[in-house]
Design a protein around this ligand. Structure first.
Ligand SMILES: [Zn+2]
Length: 115
C-alpha cells in the first residue's frame, strides 16, 4: 500500500498511473513528482489522457537521482529531464536543498539527513 503522500499524487493525476502503483523513492521528491505530473498534463493532448495511452511505468531512485519512465510522446521528455535535474539537488527524505552523497551509497541528502 502506498503511503499517504503517494496516494495524494496518484489520485490527483489518476489517469497517468496504472491501477496499482507506488513511487520507489522518498517523500522529499513528492512535490517534484506532483509538478512533473502537472507539466505533463499541460502538454498532453486529450487523446493521451484516456487512462491507458499515457502512463508512468516506473518512478524510482537510481544511482541517487530520480528516474521517471513513461509511455508518453517525445515532448514529455524535457519535463522528465527537468525533474531528474531537480532531484539531483533535493533531499530525497525531506525535500530541502541537498547534494549528492557518495558514502558507500549514492543519494541526495540535506546536511540533516546525510548520516
Ligand atoms: Zn533532508
Amino acid at each position: 500500500m502506498a503511503d499517504d503522500w503517494q496516494r495524494v499524487i496518484i489520485e490527483r493525476w489518476r489517469y497517468q498511473f496504472p491501477k496499482h502503483f507506488s513511487f520507489e523513492f522518498g517523500p522529499g521528491w513528492g512535490p517534484i513528482m506532483d509538478e512533473l505530473c502537472r507539466r505533463v498534463d499541460a502538454v498532453l493532448d486529450d487523446d493521451w489522457k484516456d487512462g491507458q495511452s499515457f502512463q508512468w511505468t516506473q518512478c524510482k531512485e537510481k544511482f541517487g537521482s530520480g528516474r521517471f519512465y513513461n509511455s508518453g510522446p517525445d515532448e514529455v521528455e524535457r519535463h522528465v529531464d527537468w525533474a531528474e535535474a531537480v532531484t539531483l539537488r533535493t533531499c530525497e527524505q525531506c525535500g530541502q536543498p541537498g547534494i549528492m552523497r557518495r558514502d558507500g551509497w549514492f543519494g541526495v541528502r540535506c546536511d540533516e539527513h546525510a548520516s
